[in-house]
Design a protein around this ligand. Structure first.
Ligand SMILES: *Cc1c(COP(=O)(O)O)cnc(C)c1O
Length: 396
């Protein structure tokens, strides 16, 4: 496709995209090159936690860009100190390392666990992860992920990531050996199809890992930052993990991620970990603005209320169309279809006139909803009405 004298063919092909160029966003809406509006329940893949272009983020970027953009990671800067303070004050963790993407934060978690194993556990390095998990697209995080087909794509894998079955404690126990240093999981499997871990599984896993002297790592890249109605999803089960990773919502749309750990786990020494952009003030200033808005009991109570409302409306839709119900936690939810028409619904929703609808189908029989955390009830109603129409017509 041509756009303003340039061709989309200049971009490396990695996925099939529709002939749309998004030019503007505001709150729950995106606008394409023809001025058509779209109601957005993808929100940059669960990253725009306050919707498109919220004033908090625009102001934080403009103000910080006029002050200091990057003094180099060899020096402290104000926003990195403030954001680390806000994160540690609102979690069970004591120290933070900033990164740019979820995959990079998870790479850091893997390195920290392996270093801890070298120092404290006789060189133990294996990290037990789970079938259908998703931890990122670097070689190590792809190896840690349990996505079908990823064990052979880009083979050979990085070794040391045996896979257990989610919500099955015995399957974890069976994999623990002398080389095991940690267990890593998503408190809600997002890309795997919005599957929450049972709180009883989380607490039993904490118990088991403590008994065996191995670390518990929670990948909260998708489930953290208020998405499930608590600031972090591990808080639903009242456990204290050793390491946590954050991305997506913490940047509200800009590239920002974090690796957090409790004091006794922090064993990096100079030279072990770093990165040119890590902790840069421009992105950290956005994280500060997001934390100030989200780490607030009233804001989180509202996420719970909106999540319950979305759940109720999806259940009505499911009953009316004879579907298989819904699941999820807070504002990370999925509608379970009775067949594999998810991708067809996603495509037809984009084409709706006069306003399109943006949805995601992580599996053919699922539609996933990841709206902004400040989505309005009226926007949920609008989405349900559009989806109701799509479920009624024959999509072929
Ligand atoms: C999106 C995601 C990642 C990867 O984050 P990137 O910023 O795309 O690297 C890792 N873990 C989970 C649970 C995710 O949802």
């Amino acid at each position: 496709m041509d756009y303003k004298g340039f061709s989309t063919d200049s971009l490396m092909f990695i996925t099939t995209r529709p002939d749309l160029v998004f030019e503007r966003g505001r709150g729950a809406y995106l606008y394409d090159q023809h001025g058509k509006a779209y109601l957005d329940f993808v929100q940059g893949w669960a990253v725009n936690c306050l919707g498109h272009c919220p004033p908090e983020i625009s102001e934080a970027l403009v103000n910080q860009a006029g002050q200091l953009i990057n003094p180099s990671p060899a020096f402290y800067n104000g926003p990195m100190i403030e954001l680390a303070g806000l994160l540690t004050a609102n979690s069970c963790f004591d120290r933070v390392f900033f990164a740019n993407t979820g995959a990079e934060a998870n790479e850091g978690a893997i390195k920290l666990a392996r270093k801890w194993g070298r120092v404290h556990k006789d060189g133990a390095y294996e990290i037990i992860t789970f079938d259908h998990s998703f931890h990122g697209r670097t070689l190590a995080t792809m190896s840690a992920s349990g996505k079908d087909g990823w064990d052979t794509l880009y083979a050979p894998q990085v070794p040391g990531f045996p896979k257990a079955t989610y919500n099955d404690l015995a399957s974890v126990e069976a994999l623990i050996g002398p080389d095991t240093v940690a267990v890593m999981l998503e408190p809600v499997q997002g890309e795997g199809g919005v599957i929450p871990a049972d709180p009883s599984f989380m607490s039993a896993l904490r118990e088991l890992t403590r008994e065996r002297g191995i670390l518990l790592i929670v990948d909260e890249v998708q489930s953290g930052m208020g998405r499930t109605g608590t600031l972090f999803a591990y808080q639903h089960s009242g456990i204290t993990p050793d390491i946590m990773t954050l991305a997506k919502g913490i940047g509200g749309g800009v590239p920002l991620a974090a690796l957090l750990a409790r004091e006794e786990i922090c064993c990096f020494v100079p030279g072990d970990q770093g990165g040119t952009y890590n902790g840069n003030p421009l992105m950290a200033a956005v994280g500060v603005a997001i934390m100030k808005r989200i780490a607030n009991p009233d804001f989180l109570a509202d996420v719970v209320a909106k999540g319950n409302y979305l759940s109720r409306r999806l259940l009505e839709l499911s009953a009316r169309h004879g579907l298989c119900g819904e699941r999820g936690c807070g504002l990370l939810r999925a509608l379970v279809l009775d067949d594999g028409r998810g991708p067809k619904i996603v495509a037809a929703a984009q084409l709706l006139q006069p306003m399109g609808l943006l949805l995601n189908s992580p599996r053919p029989n699922l539609l996933r909803f990841m709206p902004a955390l400040n989505v309005a009830e009226s926007e949920i109603d609008q989405m349900i009405a559009l989806l109701d129409g799509l479920l009624t017509i024959d999509l072929g």
